[in-house]
Ligand binder design. Sequence first.
Ligand code: FEO
Ligand code: CA
Ligand code: CA
Ligand code: CA
Length: 735
Amino acid sequence: LPPGATPARSLDFQAVERFRDDAVHVPAGYRATVVYATGDALDASIPEYSGDGSESRYDLRAGDHHDGMNWFGLHTRADLRDDRNSTRGLLCVNHENISGTAQFLHATGGTNLAANSPNRPEEEVIKEIDAHGVSVVEMRRQAGALRTHKPSRYNRRITARTTVDLSGPVLGTAYVRTKFSPSGQQARGTLNNCGHGVTPWGTYLTCEENWASYFFRNAGDDALRTERENAQLRRNGITSGAGGFSYRRWDRVSANQYPASEFERWNCSVTGPTASDDYRNEPNTFGYVVEIDPYAPLSRPKKRTAMGRRATEGAWCSVPKPGRPLAFYIGCDSRNEYVYKYVTTERWNPSDAQRGGLATGDKYLDRGTIYAAVFNADGTGRWEALAMSNPKIAAGLAPSARFPEGYRFEDLADICVNTRLAGSAVGATRMDRPEWTAVNPFNGEIYITMTENPDRGNVGFSGNSVPNPGLDAANPRYWFDTKGATSQGAASSAQRGNVNGHIVRIREDRDDPGAMSFRWDIFLFGAQAQADAGQDDVNYQANVNLSGLTAANEISKPDGCWFSPTTGILYIQSDDNTMTDRSNAMLLAALPGRLGDGGAVDVVNKAAGAPDPAVRALGADVVQRTYAGRKMSELTLKRLFVGPMGAEITGLTETPDGRALFINVQHPGENTGRAGAVPPSVAITPATPSGPFESNWPGNAGYGPGGTVARPRSATVIITRIDGGIIGHDPALPM
Ligand code: FEO
Ligand code: CA
Ligand code: CA
Ligand code: CA
């Protein structure tokens, strides 16, 4: 924190309205500048982005689906780390995925994607693999504005095929032996890099989220495995006879220019005599927190297995306290999954802040304990250690319909690979898709976004392999659609689960990152502003606007969240290209307050007595909790940015002076299809896109190739004030 810093007491900008057009919007007095878009060359040796899908070499270009990111300051004149510099720095950017059928990436979309079609072209698949991962790109202030610096020796891409080191308890174990690394020391690439983290010693943490969906597993593979292995695969959603939702037949390639193993590894079936002869263990090399040292361009990323494996969304560090352990707060982003923390065995030594590098990471991130959160109804909670010393872990999982033999943990490596099973064994609370975590730098409180969960409360639905959870105090909403629309996984047309999401807030007991217990409340409930009046116009009978949201701050599906260390403003982003909030995805600024300032006092309404007719109609055994809690107003929560059509807004960071806020526009033009993806009552501008793509951003904003044939591109945007002031709250300006 800057010495003497004080948190903002107000938000000094005019709220941005909702928009549904193909542009970005900021308040009067602000500017949004695109600086780094998919396909941008990172190296002067390759041609600039083509605009027609013909460019190659994504190992030297900006990847796709920009997500979490961080600014790492560099000294202005020397190649040295300088945490306080705002005019020269390294931007680390996650590249999570590619859109749909790669329709924006290749000239005419992905070739041979359909099952049973001929093999895929090698160059296409390499381009797709390389469009994933992480960018490190130098930025310099030139002519008054930050821009990428192409000749930088720091610029590099880490892709889904870059060699990485394994580290921690899983290193060298049977779980990670593959044909590529028979000794289990290394792995290839990082995948589905979603949220992020930053260490107090100045390294970047990239987190592997939906890695499981990239693999194919042969039909009949179950029979070639032990039930124990099948349980592990089942718990992570890797089914035999199918690929996941991001599977693009990367294993179906006739290799010519690249080694065949680049492609074979995306089929994780048993095909050889031992684990060192095939890629049966390839999935065990993904799902981790991966540490990257942006200041050491030749260093290999390290997968920190001690922090566990799951659909790892992000990993945000506690406020470091000398002599106390560090905690990293981690969401597992799937429906009904858990909130975790990793607590270091080593106590924080402030002299390590400047020592930096992956060697410092070895000290803190290779030895520690993973915990899973249990939220009690009374606003308290506890952290259950995922360690052999916990009797619940020692007992393992009892046999069940899903796990007929139950599950016994063998050792710490087992826990670190099969962290979700361990969370289940300790009875962690099943949450509404935990996404980003953020830590208030002024008081240490932890915020965790629960983006949505259409399955919540749908207890009668039998389509999932595990019964859906009912309501609980930390996941208290179950909404009903009375207009007949169906939803994913819904047993009946009336069930919508938690469609708008909420944000949970935690305060560790004694403010100790190593505490075993905590208090919690709910900071914000997403909703439509008109929900209370039943006037919501996107097919939802969304009957509760518990946080009192208005047109200035209504939001659905909170996802990214991050604190400005300069102002203490909590930024919240949305991932809602279904437009339940009647707007393209957005960024809100919040004054966070503190735990208990509104109180999450829950009132349990048996359906029979519930105020809402839709709740009553469901019968007496249905419970609806409502919270007489904190109400937001435009003074405490306000919209700062709205993105282009079809995008998610994500990836927050800021220069240390607070005068440049970076956000990412992810997958513009995705799912905005002309054929009814958006509820018909929602007007889109323009109503009928005139070109081949639904979005032409950022080409239509003057960045790269333009016109109605411009391909939509994920991109980093810098938000600045025209007067050069601090974003969101400028103490130098009169209020
Ligand atoms: Fe990749 Fe959970 O968002
Ligand atoms: Ca996310
Ligand atoms: Ca999301
Ligand atoms: Ca996304």
